[in-house]
Design a protein around this ligand. Structure first.
Ligand SMILES: Cc1cc2nc3c(=O)[nH]c(=O)nc-3n(C[C@H](O)[C@H](O)[C@H](O)COP(=O)(O)OP(=O)(O)OC[C@H]3O[C@@H](n4cnc5c(N)ncnc54)[C@H](O)[C@@H]3O)c2cc1C
Length: 353
């Protein structure tokens, strides 16, 4: 009997959980330009402590023993097949789009490990570091650097009026106070002209001069949805480039095409643990559809209420749970020690260390 063909595009947390969940029951193809899955929220520590990256970069082949892995970017889709940059055409009965954000140019795990080693060497050699951007990436990177190297001069510049604008004001304030307590200089409401930075001297829009031996731009990656603009789902992209989905994650107007993770327009915080939840719902629905179940039997999803954790070094953190904000050791105990790396590995059936 022919097996149902499922194509998953994107090997981030959403796509890899999806592919793993269906690999033993369907003919699964995972398409990703990288040969590995990266635990995205652990990247800031991997820059400062490259040995940590050994556990956060996982070759897709390590957890997908039965699925087909295609190491190439998807470039087009029709109602029945996906085309890849290396010229392959992969047919599907069900398609799951999980392209969240584009990865970097490193296609192999060893290239990425090498990159982290280079970043680490740069930070280690620097006396002063400039971090541009006060979202979760900028705050976590500045925290990681000052935690590992308390004597370095770290400056964080953010163009907005407060840190962590994706969560409540109190959480941003707590992160700011933590950074200031560690002697990080935080400059708000200003931008930096990185082009003009020469010989370690940078100028801000407010006329301030910053001296830094190296800099990191942490302004958040754009969504990886531009490749969808000429495809059969182009009319289902909203003004922000997100795929509009129904409460079963089906892309608007398409019965056999699903989208999960950060690429969707689900009105909730964009978080990896929620993306895993999306994958679980779609895996369940694909299995039900394979059994010929009716529409009314399919699982539905309710957007989650706000819960986010931002690490502040290895021991502390700040958490936002709906309207409640908590900072210090308790959120630190939940996230900051291991950044959920062991749990994420276990979720893929791998050893936690
Ligand atoms: C600093 C920081 C801290 C965070 N902390 C947490 C946290 O504590 N907990 C939490 O749950 N979440 C956290 N998040 C959020 C979390 O990282 C994201 O929500 C999650 O990574 C989204 O997963 P995804 O699979 O949708 O997309 P991504 O992780 O962005 O993966 C997208 C995948 O698609 C691939 N891709 C892109 N374009 C194509 C293409 N054309 N063809 C094929 N493949 C393609 C990419 O290579 C990549 O593998 C944090 C994020 C940041 C930045």
């Amino acid at each position: 009997m022919e097996r149902t063909r499922v194509v998953v595009v994107g090997g981030g947390v959403a796509g890899c959980v999806m592919a793993k969940g269906l690999q033993d029951q369907c003919d699964v193809h995972l398409i990703d330009p990288k040969e590995y899955f990266e635990i995205a929220w652990a990247a800031m520590r991997a820059i400062v402590e490259p040995s940590f990256a050994e556990r956060t970069l996982i070759n897709h082949s390590e957890y997908l023993s039965q699925a087909h892995i295609i190491t190439s970017a998807a470039t087009n889709i029709t109602e029945s097949e996906v085309t890849t940059a290396d010229g392959r055409r992969v047919g599907f009965d069900y398609l799951v789009i999980a392209t969240g954000h584009a990865g970097g140019p490193e296609f192999t795990r060893s290239e990425k490990l090498h990159k982290y080693q280079g970043e680490h060497d740069k930070i280690k050699a620097a006396k002063s570091v400039l971090v541009v951007g006060g979202g979760p990436s900028g705050v976590e990177l500045a925290s990681e650097i000052i935690f590992a190297y308390p004597d370095k001069k770290v400056t964080l510049v953010h163009k907005g009026p407060r840190l962590l604008e994706f969560v409540g004001e109190k959480a941003g304030k707590k992160a700011l106070n933590w950074l200031i307590s560690k002697k990080v200089e935080v400059i708000l409401d200003q931008s930096v002209d990185l082009e003009s930075g020469s010989n370690g001297v940078y100028h801000t829009s407010g006329g301030e001069t910053i001296h830094a031996d190296c800099h990191y731009l942490c302004i958040g990656k754009p969504l990886a949805s531009s490749w969808l603009m000429e495809t059969c789902v182009r009319d289902s992209l909203d003004a922000h480039g997100r795929l509009m989905v129904d409460n079963k994650f089906r892309v608007k107007g398409h019965n056999n095409i699903f989208a999960i993770g950060d690429i969707t327009d689900v009105p909730e915080l964009k978080q990896g643990y929620l993306a895993q939840g999306h994958a679980a719902v779609v895996a369940k629905n694909v299995k039900l559809l394979m059994k010929g179940q009716s529409e009314s039997k399919l699982a539905t999803y309710k957007p989650a209420s706000a819960f986010a954790l931002v690490s502040l070094g290895k021991k502390e953190g700040v958490a936002q749970m709906m309207c409640l904000t908590l900072s210090g050791r308790i959120p630190g105990m939940i996230k900051s020690g291991d950044l959920f790396v062991g749990a994420s590995r276990k979720n893929l059936g791998l050893k936690s260390n």
